[in-house]
Ligand binder design. Structure first.
Ligand code: ZN
Ligand code: ZN
Length: 263
């Protein structure tokens, strides 16, 4: 029998937490790193764990300038010498040291193409200069990433529509945050409109707005101090149950990579 030539779309969260963020998106011919919150050594080690060669990466996309998303970027950029995609307002916020990489800047809200992957950017409400979320589209598959956002406005609901893979923030448990170790001002920042999504807000989105097309639902950017994976799992499972939806679900973390989701 003749063998069909299957196309592949891969998505893996290398790390997602309030202390380091990085994800890997690839087709047969194009490989993208999203954010660079891990050191070069750690990024390379985690790529090796999933059988990927870091020197074959084509581009790095950046969501915003907070250190949990860019701490490893200058060293990674110098080592890999591949273009860095980021918004025109985020670009001046980054310090490069002696090596100036090729920057491909764009306006938040526009779409850029790398190889056979189309990447839509969309503005997210967060206390960074010009934070964006992304949708990666290829082979008829769409993976959306929305972390670091205080709430989910209508334009983001629109962008997350019809995703096959969704990585969504479920940052904190409100009660834990309120009684937790953060100073009051930091608590206010996290809870605010430009802060981070609570477990409740994420569950509400799943209950009221999430597309039934989502077949892989990943929860991410959990606070190291104000959340537990078991709390996220519980609130998300309840919300999914109410909708009678049964996507593959996983809570991602900073310590280990997720499974590689292959479509
Ligand atoms: Zn941030
Ligand atoms: Zn962050």
């Amino acid at each position: 029998m003749e063998r069909r030539n299957f196309s592949i779309f891969k998505f893996c969260v290398l790390a997602s937490s309030s202390s380091g963020n990085c994800a890997f998106i690839a087709t047969d011919t194009t490989r993208i790193l999203l954010d660079a919150g891990l050191s070069r050594k750690e990024t390379f080690a985690r790529l090796a764990q999933i059988g990927e060669d870091p020197t074959k990466l084509d581009a790095i996309f950046i969501t915003h300038e907070h250190s949990d998303h860019v701490a490893g970027l200058p060293v990674l950029a110098k080592t890999l010498k591949i273009p860095i995609y980021l918004t025109n307002k985020t670009a001046p916020m980054l310090a490069w040291g002696e090596f100036q990489p090729t920057l491909e800047t764009f306006q938040a809200g526009t779409t850029v193409v790398v190889g056979d992957i189309e990447v839509d950017s969309f503005t997210i409400p967060h206390d960074a200069v010009d934070a964006v979320g992304y949708c990666f589209r290829a082979q008829g598959i769409k993976a959306a990433v929305a972390t670091d956002l205080g709430y989910i406005p209508e334009n983001i609901k629109f962008h997350l529509r019809d995703s096959d893979i969704l990585l969504l923030e479920s940052n904190h448990d409100l009660e834990m945050l309120k009684v937790g170790p953060y100073p009051w001002q930091v608590k206010q920042r996290v809870m605010g409109r430009n802060g981070h999504l609570s477990n409740d807000a994420t569950a509400r989105f799943i209950r009221e707005d999430m597309s039934s097309r989502v077949s892989t639902l990943l929860l991410g950017h959990l606070s190291d101090h104000n959340n537990y994976p078991a709390l996220v799992e519980l609130s998300v499972s309840q919300a999914l149950e109410e909708r009678c939806l049964t996507p593959k679900m996983a809570v991602t973390c900073g310590k280990t990579t997720s499974e590689v989701f292959i479509y």
